[in-house]
Design a protein around this ligand. Structure first.
Ligand code: 3HC
Length: 343
């Protein structure tokens, strides 16, 4: 398959890498030379890591050879799939789609990796809307096993089914998202976790390290919650929170504004909630901290809402948090343990 990825940030470069590893030829576009170079460096680093661990079937250089970087939105008429992964800004994405539609063939599928913008709303930028869908990856795409496949109001059944097949073809688990709700499945749950964690800290009840200690040592999450905010980017999360709030979903974390104004953008800036200058922060087990229920109750209620509103099934929401966020248990499995509520 011939794939083009638009935007070579953390997600775009990771998505390009996944497609190349799985034998596809990939065009990686970015408007900015520096960003393109950084994206290619990320891919090289990641491929070397995977190679060291014997997780690749080919040499890193062979896989790199499948990726063609470009700063020109060329004639993409023979491309099968384009995935947009530019920053979370409606107007920017809409402009990309308008330009893309002039270059691609009539059968090219156009997908967005948006984290927060409704697929139906984004598709208004396109003339031919039935070819458009959401393919939402998780950071780092090469290690996380899940991709959400989201159907907008205009996405044809055929394109939606093709999206699911494409995800299987890159050896990821597809989660079909049948209703185009804000934040889809995983992020609706994750934004509740972020909001609860920020509230626990802003209110002065607990420290960042205490909340993250509960996340890591009580809940068994692979990262602390504030560590994950740093990892996915303070700017990215702030922009997402603004977009979803505009559309009526309450992802609220005033701490993000504070960090952003100080340029503490997280892992990529080597400083966010934590200092990353010597690599990942060490999160120790603290003596006190919030209970699992204080951290997770709103997220469990959100998962129940998703099931009750037929966005996803119980099995799918559990799979989504295990594969998309690396949690050892599904969100509703935690819910049952904490006797929160049943769907
Ligand atoms: N490519 C290749 N190797 C990588 C890598 C990458 N992109 N990233 C990390 N690694 C390597 C590390 O270098 C390390 O290698 P080493 O053993 O040689 O030192 C190895 O993987 C293990 O990494 P770590 O020791 O740092 O730790 P973990 O075992 O915790 O694994 C992780 C890392 C897979 C990122 C894990 O911490 C995790 O699952 N974290 C949660 C991530 C998550 O929740 N992602 C989703 C966020 S939400 C999202 O993306 C949606 C968006 O819309 C906001």
């Amino acid at each position: 398959m011939k794939v083009a990825v638009i935007g070579s940030g953390i997600m775009g470069s990771g998505i390009a890498e996944v497609f190349a590893i799985n034998g596809n030829s990939v065009i990686l576009y970015d408007k900015y030379e520096e960003a393109l170079k950084k994206g290619l460096d990320n891919i090289k680093w990641s491929l070397e890591k995977l190679h060291e661990k014997g997780k690749l079937n080919e040499e890193p250089s062979t896989i790199m050879g499948k990726i063609t970087p470009t700063r020109q939105l060329g004639e993409f008429y023979d491309i099968d799939l384009v995935i947009e992964a530019v920053p979370e800004d409606f107007n920017l994405k809409a402009q990309v789609f308008r330009e893309l539609e002039k270059k691609v063939g009539t059968n090219t599928i156009i997908a967005t990796n948006t984290s927060s913008l409704p697929i139906t709303e984004l598709s208004t930028a396109l003339e031919k809307k039935d070819r458009f869908l959401g393919l939402h990856f998780f950071n780092p795409p090469v290690l996380m096993g899940l991709v959400e496949v989201i159907k907008g109001n205009y996405t044809s059944d055929q394109v939606f089914e093709r999206g699911i097949e494409i995800v299987k073809g890159i050896k990821k688990e597809p989660i079909p998202v049948r209703k185009d709700v804000i934040g889809f499945v995983v992020n609706r749950i994750l934004f509740r976790v972020f909001t609860s964690a920020c509230r626990l800290v802003s209110g002065g009840k607990y420290t960042i390290r205490e909340v993250d200690s509960t996340a890591k040592y009580t809940l068994g999450f692979p990262m602390g919650i504030f560590e994950l905010l740093d990892y996915t980017g303070i700017d990215t999360n702030l922009f997402i929170s603004r977009e979803v709030k505009k559309r009526g979903f309450d992802f609220d974390c005033p701490l993000l504004e504070e960090l952003y104004s100080r340029g503490q953008l997280g892992t990529k800036a080597k400083r966010g909630f934590y200092d990353w200058s010597n690599g990942r922060p060490r999160i120790e087990k603290t003596e006190r901290g919030p209970s699992a229920k204080e951290v997770l109750e709103d997220a469990v209620k959100e998962a129940i809402w998703l099931v009750n509103n037929n966005v996803s099934t119980e099995e799918e929401v559990n799979k989504a948090t295990k594969l998309g966020l690396g949690w050892p248990k599904g969100v509703l499995e935690y819910g049952k343990e904490m006797a929160i509520l049943k769907p």
